[in-house]
Write a protein that binds this ligand. Structure first.
Ligand code: Z5A
Length: 211
């Protein structure tokens, strides 16, 4: 295995990002790749502490404006890029990251101006974009049905309306159609093994493109 890639995994809540990332990392490791598995918000001690602030149920929307929220996410991302992602890539590791900039674009992007979002993103990433982003996509009602069929907990998913999940899905799909060279959309309703196979094929063609 030659070229190491930075790959991010995106999509709505509970769509299967972590499962795909884990399966793919094991497959790559089986071929001798050194893989760093990480997530956002998080990935470093400071960024994990900021994640706890962002997800703390004691705080609600009145406690932080959308811009404040985007800036906390950006601080976490900058620290993650500086301390973990960039050094790993320079060291020849693969980096597989559960969520990255497209989550900010999809979730915070509807509530702050495009120019603020661009400035915040530039500072957070220092210009570092993934070589490949895999967007897992499914109609939210199908996703809910899948969870119910598998006897999985649906509370967190159902805390927000299907309309909310549809809006997030639409934003992710719009982001993907604006950057087809970086973002590949996969049907999330495939089995985990089918998804790993599909992602593996995409990685092979991405390596050809970047080498
Ligand atoms: N957020 C933000 O607003 N802005 C940002 O910039 C960033 C994040 C970076 C936390 O994210 C919140 O942060 C999130 C966006 C916001 N909030 N919302 N809404 P998170 O990534 O920590 O949380 P999450 O999106 O809900 O991820 P998750 O719960 O870890 O879900 P997942 O990783 O997509 O799914 P999973 O854990 O792999 O799978 C969920 C279940 O489905 C599990 O039981 C699996 O066994 C099952 N599964 C997975 N794949 C399959 C397939 N293919 N078939 C059948 N069953 C499957």
């Amino acid at each position: 295995m030659t070229k190491n890639l930075f790959i991010s995994f995106e999509g709505g809540e509970g769509v299967g990002k972590t499962t795909l990332l884990t399966g793919l990392a094991s497959r790559l490791e089986g071929r001798g790749a050194d893989v760093v598995r990480t997530r956002e918000p998080g990935g470093t001690p400071i960024a994990e502490a900021l994640r706890n602030v962002l997800l703390d149920p004691r705080f609600n929307e009145e406690d932080a404006s959308p811009t404040t929220e985007a800036l906390i996410l950006a601080a976490a991302r900058r620290n993650h890029v500086e301390q973990k992602i960039d050094p790993a890539l320079k060291n020849g590791n693969w980096v597989l990251c559960d969520r990255y900039i497209d989550s900010t674009r999809a979730y915070q992007g509807s509530r702050i101006s495009g120019s603020d979002l661009e400035k915040i993103e530039a500072l957070a990433t220092g210009g570092l974009l993934p070589d490949l982003t895999i967007l897992l996509d499914a109609e939210p009602s199908d996703l809910l049905e899948r969870r119910q069929q598998r006897g999985q907990n649906t509370d967190r998913f159902e805390r927000r309306s299907i309309e909310y999940h549809r809006t997030v899905r639409k934003r992710f799909l719009n982001i993907a159609s604006a950057e087809p060279h970086r973002i590949v959309v996969l049907n999330a309703l495939q089995t985990p093994d089918e998804l790993i196979d599909a992602a593996d094929e995409i990685i092979t063609s991405t390596i050809t493109k970047v080498e």
